[in-house]
Design a protein around this ligand. Structure first.
Ligand SMILES: [Mg+2]
Length: 251
């Protein structure tokens, strides 16, 4: 199905309008990367030919030595910015009306040089002034049991659901098995495939689903300098070191 089955939002006002009809007991999920925050470096701007660097790295997990160290060093050292400065106040507003959680597709537990992905992600969102409904079923720290042998289980930590090796729809299946079905689910995400996945999971339990495709990153100006970006890519992949744009000196 095309994007047309979802609402499209570029601004916080667009998001508010899309959510306006939502039932008060609905669950609201918000994606993190490229929805709430995005890397500061111009290498990752929407129009950049290099912007898939981290996705490409993840796809080469089997062939990249020190994959986990490289990925964790990037995460620990890359600076990030809010995709829209009004996100923190919108999340605070949403929390008053709905159970509002982050839902992020990411490895869980320890990864490379990061001892807890959950605590790292929680800390970086707190630094940006973003915090979610802190508990799920009265708990603030959950590792979900799964019956297959994927390396990373889904987790919940202080308002943030992480998929681990699973999909966003799988997380909804797990939590809808643990609690009464919510009257509706909303997901705000920059990736149509993740909205489709959640829509399909909701359809399975006949839960009304509101998907909002958030394209705020397209409004962020800037483009990478090709020589700087090539250097950043090389240093990351070969040496596991990340340099911000203003730390690259090619002279
Ligand atoms: Mg995203």
């Amino acid at each position: 199905m095309s994007d047309s089955s979802f609402a499209t939002a570029y601004t916080i006002q667009d998001v508010q309008q899309a959510l306006a009809s939502l039932n008060g007991k609905a669950l609201v999920f918000v994606d993190v990367d490229d929805t709430l925050i995005t890397p500061a470096s111009h290498l990752f701007r929407h129009s950049s030919p290099y912007r898939s660097l981290i996705d490409d790295l993840k796809a080469s997990i089997a062939t990249t030595a020190n994959f986990e160290t490289i990925l964790s060093q990037w995460r620990l050292n890359r600076k990030s910015i809010l995709v829209n400065d009004a996100w923190p106040s919108l999340i605070n507003t949403l929390k008053k009306s709905y159970a509002t959680y982050a839902l992020t597709k990411m490895e869980t537990g320890s990864l490379g040089d990061i001892p807890s992905m959950e605590q790292w992600r929680y800390g970086e969102l707190m630094e940006k002034g973003i915090s979610f409904t802190p508990t799920f079923l009265g708990e603030e720290d959950i590792v979900f049991m799964t019956d297959d042998a994927q390396p990373f289980p889904p987790t919940f930590y202080k308002g943030i659901f992480m998929t681990g090796s699973y999909h966003k729809g799988d997380v909804f299946r797990l939590l809808s098995g643990a609690t009464d079905a919510p009257p509706a689910v909303a997901l705000i995400d920059d990736r149509p495939a993740y909205l489709e996945d959640m829509r399909d999971a909701c359809r399975h339990t006949a839960t009304p689903f509101l998907g909002i495709l958030f394209k705020g990153v397209e409004l962020i100006p800037g483009a990478p300098d090709p020589k700087t970006a090539a250097f950043q890519k090389q240093q990351l992949l070969e040496n596991g070191r990340w340099f911000e744009d203003d730390e690259v000196n090619l002279a």
